[in-house]
Design a protein around this ligand. Structure first.
Ligand SMILES: Cc1ncc(COP(=O)(O)O)c(C=O)c1O
Length: 451
């Protein structure tokens, strides 16, 4: 196997002096829940990160094509983010929202300012994760509408708390315990595997018709809301078709419900064209949830909505101990400042287009590739054994991932059949990194097809 060479990078990782990889594996298997899985037959141990690169305990460098599951937006340990968060750590680490602190107030304004003008999306509530943000968004929608019924998409992923898990219809991500009460699942508008394909110009409208049917037939008429990612992340980079959200949002509003955009993966410029994924569809949600890239690696989540909707939550006491703490907020503020200063969205657009070109060229060469999709730096490559039957190439996908890792590239995997390569790097990726990524994938696909 000829391994392509990583682009040069001027950084020397600190010598690693901690427990060995074998010791860490032993500690994990003794003291950590067996539910916490690792990628790869021989898992990598990552002990340092710098911008788009990760380092293992031996000092080996990897290109991070998955950004720590899309959490790192502007680059691992970006110096300006680290400087500000370190300064905050030395001053005050933990206060609750029952006292005033400038960071939470400043960051809320910055998030509100990043929303489309005239959207009315100005009122923030900070949490510590995307699951918490979606839980809260659902509760707000239910309180505001006075209804319990919610519509979500099959193949969606909104988190692992019981309420968020109840929004998915997939057994892979769902435990057989009571959850998802009042949740109705609409057809997944997947133009690769679904009923209406890329060649159907009205696919968006046809899939939206299913949501309209659900509202008419499966709910009491009045609904609490609708929630969707505009590009499904864990679900394998499935993009909502043009026209879909517009028609669905109209139907939901007519039924008294609120539209929730889950921007946990698609937000903060990742889709390139716009700062928020929903803007690609010309719609304005009533509630937006975010997490992951908002904090460049810090555990931050946020729900933003209009003032009158947020007021529903004030009927009772509602409280989140760590949500909005000064350290997380310092990291959020610094991350958003860097996004604006370094024009991260434009980078996602330009570098994403270059990467996409590379992936499209691989699709011409490798029969294993059934579909390449996504926007900006949120891309997916679906692998199939046969392009006409679309038989998922699950084992081949796992093999490609292993081979990529061996050649110094870390990427993710997703989709219902575990056959979609998920490529969502930190948005400081360079053209040379893209060329490396393409070359590694090329070699891995060649090897995987042979085995
Ligand atoms: C679209 C989406 N929503 C919500 C979540 C849940 O976020 P968290 O893992 O921070 O709870 C995820 C996590 O992958 C996600 O991809």
């Amino acid at each position: 196997m000829t391994a392509p060479t990583l682009p040069p990078f001027d950084h020397t990782p600190a010598p690693y002096t901690g427990p060995s990889k074998a010791e860490v594996r032993e500690l994990r298997s003794t003291y950590l829940s067996p539910a916490i899985l690792t990628y790869y037959r021989d898992p990598v141990m990552i002990v340092e990160g710098k911008m788009q690169y990760l380092y293992d305990e031996t000092g080996r460098r990897y290109l991070d094509g998955f950004a720590g599951i899309v959490t790192v937006s502007v680059g691992h340990c970006h110096p300006r983010v680290i400087e500000k968060v370190n300064a905050q750590n030395e001053l005050l680490q933990h206060t609750t929202t029952i006292y005033l602190h400038p960071n939470i107030a400043r960051f809320a304004k910055m998030i509100a300012d990043a929303m489309p003008k005239d959207s009315g999306l100005t009122t923030c509530y900070f949490t510590n994760s995307g699951s918490e943000a979606n839980d809260l968004a659902l509760m707000i929608a239910r309180l505001h509408s006075g209804s319990n019924d919610v519509i979500a998409l099959r193949n969606a992923y909104h988190g692992m708390s019981p309420t968020a898990m109840g929004l998915t219809a997939l057994h892979t991500w769902k435990f057989p315990v009571l959850q998802g009460i009042g949740v109705h699942h609409a057809l997944n508008p997947d133009r690769y595997r679904g009923h209406w394909g890329y060649d159907d110009r009205d696919a968006g409208g046809k899939y939206a018709g299913d949501v309209e049917d659900l509202i008419r037939t499966a709910t009491p008429g009045r609904i609490a809301g609708f929630i969707a990612e505009c590009i499904q992340g864990v679900g394998g980079a499935v993009e909502l078709p043009p026209g879909y959200l517009k028609r669905v949002y109209d139907a939901v509003h007519n039924a008294g419900g609120l539209c929730i955009a889950d921007e946990v993966q698609t937000g903060f410029g990742r889709t390139g064209e716009h700062f928020w994924g929903f803007e690609n569809h010309g719609v304005t949600p009533d509630i937006v949830t975010m997490a992951k890239g908002i904090g460049n690696g810090a555990p931050i989540g946020c729900v933003i909505t209009r003032k009158e909707i947020a007021a529903s939550l004030a009927q009772r006491l509602h409280f989140n101990t760590f949500g909005g703490n000064p350290v997380s907020m310092a990291q959020g503020i610094a991350t958003l400042e860097v996004m604006h200063e370094e024009n991260i969205q434009q980078k996602a657009k330009e570098i994403g287009a270059h990467l996409r070109q590379g992936l499209d060229s691989l699709a011409k060469k490798h029969d294993l590739i059934g579909d390449v999709r996504g926007m900006g730096l949120m891309l997916g490559v679906e692998l199939v054994r046969d392009r006409s039957t679309k038989e998922p190439a699950g084992p081949e996908t796992a093999k490609v991932m292993e081979l990529c890792k061996d050649m110094g590239l870390l990427i993710g995997k997703g989709g219902l059949y575990g056959n979609v390569l998920r490529i969502k790097p930190p948005m400081c990726l360079t053209r040379d990194d893209c060329d490396f990524l393409r070359a590694v994938l090329d070699e891995a696909l060649t090897q995987a097809a042979k085995s």
